[in-house]
Design a protein around this ligand. Structure first.
Ligand code: GL2
Length: 838
């Protein structure tokens, strides 16, 4: 660091960033002319986006530096959020709003000849995630910064995020998402590099005191390079860090000897192999495929992150026993569970602690969040694969398991089966490491993400562990969403209207202030403005639909939206079968009857995992139904079916504010929480849904009269499935008619959909589509009726929004901080500049 006498110069010339429009314009022009080496004669929208982003980045990084210095100086406890996915979306709009300078930027850009919307639209989404789990991590980062918590996110810097989806002839086609061409939001830290080891062997030896030690030797080394992304808080100067690791060959560029001898191909092979580790995000949502490269990704990221965390702790010169007082690490699902083993290895093999001493530290440091009960998503790794890639870690896992099973045996000496059931090692062929069990044993708290889900994990998949550790280790933290992005940014007019009635933007920091709106639920003037905003949002979406699909939709029709990953358990197939049922009903009506119907636009969006054939078939059927229905003159405006290509965060910001009703219709007990349900209601849409995940708590908050619930309950699912397999399974008659129509070829080659139909007709209907179909259609009819009474409908929407305060991710993060992490916010000193200037 710089000696005291020279620090004056540093202080004098410290970077400040802009805060006035004039300064902003100066910064933009400077970046265009120097950083980008362009001029007013060739500054297009891409360049203007780049320059505006760099101006904001400069501003963020000065606050970032201050925040980090403040945290280091305070020397308190920090949170580390380990997640393989951060679905961030766009950064510029978010940065402008969080620092409170969007007005300044708008004026400045206009002065320089640009429209701010066009500039915002230049940005490529940072799509380093699949769906809800990754977006939750992004919302958490926003809340952690906004609430001034000292917190870092750690993830992987994938070169390719989730693929781009194109629809060609009704089929999904995947296109790689190369998003790093130009990314002004990251700072490469070429000085923060960690060597990561793979393969090799374990050598046992005695140290000078005669203690038995282990050393992991040989194998290969890959380098992890840090890239930092500043995360601005809303209405606070606090700016946290998201550190993403990128892989690089240890030998530098490539092997020159091989190159010189003419073996060019293999000279670059090592480099490519190393870079493959952080090359691509696995595109599966709620599915574990057990591929070696995925395990490599996990260890690479976890080892680099822990090295960083431990290095930071060691600087404080504290005793190891104080580690859990300084460090809280949250495992976002089981993906980072190796961190438990890696920390134990560091303390044992590198720092020389005794097993028990090390284990006490480890198990106080970690918390584990479970995000699913779906069996196909529960991670397991084959022991031989582990043995090869991470031989020392496998030994440590066996030892953790041994001590754990010994303690279980002492506690339940008469229960002979329990050991097999809870063992971290599954005695299968080959043996498997059960990551969730390892995460439970290695953490001090385990939480689910909505009440029903947290109850389910305690009574089903983790039942034995509740007996072993007691119920207090298991807790619930219901998910939340950031109102900054999902209201203020996505729906600026609604945000403004709310602000005008609740005394400013304070509700964005304390979402319970929305309560103040309830008194306007019957206010004529307010309702009119509310309805106008919804209509304008629907017009915006209708334009997007027109430009991407060429289909014209009527903005006055009821917009019925289901956007999320395509998955059998989320039951988009039930939705499209319901649409076909509606189509058949319309076709059978007289023109007079048709006049009484409420026009509807059924909108779908979402990606299918590339290897998930059934999900792709669902997309295909939706598109085929659309192409028949949308051009049927008998139907006209009464029904339109739209599949929106490439659903992602920035599209969600257009789609969600435009919904009248959205569908959250998973088989009860399968959707851990869902978070788009919260986003839709917060934007003044109603929900049709099952008693699943957070739908249940949404109902509790907003009231049963404001939500359309249907279908079987989670507690009945097992019996129904059993009955399908062993009893006689008669299909719902309306569903049978839908199937007949599909088989007739009305929606294209029937053979293409035989597996989809067969799964229900012949293969047990695991997701209970037939069981819920009748109540689904009946409830849709109630939606139709309710929508006809616009006056009451708008009142319901206002009341619902006013009661959504609970679902802020700020509430959620405060719960984690209090009940799991034991960390306190670190408020910036007075006099620190903060946002909300305009
Ligand atoms: C998920 C759940 O499926 C979803 O219901 C939940 O809202 C999110 C966040 O907790 O986590 N689990 C999971 O594996 N994915 C999810 O989206 N991919």
């Amino acid at each position: 660091s710089i000696p005291e006498p020279q620090r004056e110069a540093w202080k004098k010339f410290a970077a400040k960033g802009f805060s006035t429009q004039e300064d902003f314009e100066r910064e933009v022009v400077r970046h265009v002319e120097t950083t980008l080496a362009r001029s007013m004669f060739n500054c297009d929208e891409t360049a203007a986006y780049a320059a505006a982003s760099l101006a904001f980045r400069d501003r963020l990084i000065t606050e970032w530096n201050r925040t980090q210095q403040r945290q280091t100086f305070a020397d308190g406890k920090r949170v580390y959020y380990l997640s393989l996915e951060f679905l961030m979306g766009r950064a510029l709009d978010n940065a402008m709003l969080n620092v409170g300078l969007k007005g300044v930027a708008k004026g400045g850009l206009a002065d320089l000849g640009f429209r701010i919307e066009d500039i915002i639209n230049q940005e490529h989404d940072a799509a380093l995630g699949n769906g809800g789990l990754g977006r939750l991590a992004a919302c958490f980062l926003d809340s952690l910064a906004s609430l001034n918590y000292p917190a870092w996110g750690y993830g992987l810097r994938y070169r390719y995020g989730i693929f781009k989806q194109e629809i060609v002839d009704g089929y999904q086609v995947e296109v790689p998402d190369y998003w790093l061409d130009f990314n002004p939001w990251e700072f490469p830290r070429h000085d923060v590099v960690v060597d990561i080891q793979f393969y090799g062997h374990v050598r046992k030896y005695q140290d000078t005191q005669g203690k038995q030690c282990s050393s992991w030797e040989g194998g290969e080394i890959v380098k992890a390079v840090a890239y930092d992304v500043p995360i601005p808080g809303f209405d606070t100067p606090a700016t946290n860090n998201l550190r993403l690791w990128s892989s690089k060959a240890a030998s530098g560029e490539f092997d020159f000897q091989k190159f010189n001898s003419g073996d060019y191909e293999s000279s670059v092979a090592d480099q490519q192999r190393a870079e493959t580790i952080s090359a691509v995000l696995y595109p599966n949502d709620n599915l574990d495929r057990g591929k070696e490269l995925r395990l490599k990704q996990q260890y690479f990221w976890v080892a680099a992150s822990l090295y960083d965390i431990v290095r930071r702790f060691k600087k404080s010169k504290r005793a190891w026993s104080e580690f859990p007082d300084q460090v809280a690490i949250q495992l976002n699902d089981t993906h980072p569970t190796l961190a438990v083993v890696e920390l134990q290895r560091i303390l044992l093999d590198l720092e020389g602690l005794e097993w028990d001493e090390a284990w006490a530290i480890v198990s106080k440091t970690f918390g584990y969040t479970n995000h699913t009960v779906l069996p196909e998503a529960l991670e397991k790794w084959s022991v031989p694969l582990f043995q090869n890639l991470l031989p020392r870690h496998l030994q440590i896992i066996y030892e953790i398991n041994l001590y754990f099973l010994q303690s279980v045996e002492r506690k339940f000496p008469k229960d002979r089966d329990i050991l097999g059931r809870v063992s971290i090692i599954e005695e299968s062929q080959p043996k498997m490491v059960r990551m969730a069990y390892l995460a439970i044993v290695g953490s001090h708290k385990v939480n689910g993400v909505a009440e029903l889900h947290s109850d389910l994990i305690k009574t089903t998949i983790f039942k034995d562990f509740v007996k072993i550790f007691g119920p207090d280790k298991f807790t619930n933290v219901t998910n939340g969403i950031t109102p900054r992005r999902w209201l203020h940014q996505a729906n600026p007019r609604l945000s403004e209207l709310i602000a005008s009635k609740t005394g400013g933007l304070g509700f964005l920091k304390d979402l319970n202030i929305l309560n103040d709106l309830e008194k306007y639920a019957d206010d004529k003037e307010f309702k009119k403005e509310w309805a106008e905003i919804k209509y304008a949002n629907k017009v915006r979406l209708a334009k997007h639909i027109k430009s991407t699909t060429s289909v014209t939709v009527n903005p006055s029709a009821l917009f019925d939206i289901q956007v999320k990953r395509i998955h059998e358990y989320k039951r988009q197939q039930m939705n499209i079968f319901g649409v076909i049922h509606r189509y058949l009903t319309i076709k059978a009506m007289t023109p007079e009857e048709r006049k009484k119907l409420a026009p509807r636009v059924s909108i779908f969006g979402g990606k299918a995992a590339p290897g998930y054939w059934m999900a792709k078939t669902i997309i295909h059927l939706i598109n085929n139904v659309g192409s028949v229905v949308n051009k049927d003159p008998d139907v006209g405006d009464l029904l339109k079916v739209i599949f929106l290509e490439d659903y992602n965060v920035s599209k969600a910001e257009i789609i969600i504010p435009a919904s009248d009703i959205s569908e959250h219709i998973s088989t009860a007990g399968t959707e851990a929480s869902g978070t788009s349900n919260m986003k839709f209601v917060l934007n003044g849409g109603l929900i049709i849904g099952t008693c699943d995940g957070a739908n249940i708590e949404i109902t509790r908050e907003i009231g049963e009269n404001n939500i359309f619930l249907f279908g079987n309950l989670a507690e009945d699912v097992e019996d129904l499935r059993h009955a399908h397999t062993y009893g006689s399974h008669t299909l719902d008659p309306d569903l049978t008619k839908v199937f007949e129509e599909i088989k007739k070829g009305t929606f294209g080659d029937a053979g293409a959909f035989s597996a989809l139909v067969g799964a229900i007709e012949e293969h047990g209907d695991y997701y209970l589509v037939s069981d819920d179909f009748h109540s689904y259609n009946q409830t849709q009819a109630l939606v139709d009726e309710a929508y006809k009474n616009q006056d009451e409908w708008v009142s319901k929407c206002i009341t619902s929004v006013s009661r959504m305060g609970f679902f802020s991710s700020d509430r959620c993060i405060n719960e984690y901080a209090e009940s799991i992490w034991n960390v306190e916010p670190l408020a910036p000193e007075k006099g620190d500049t903060s946002g909300l200037q305009k």
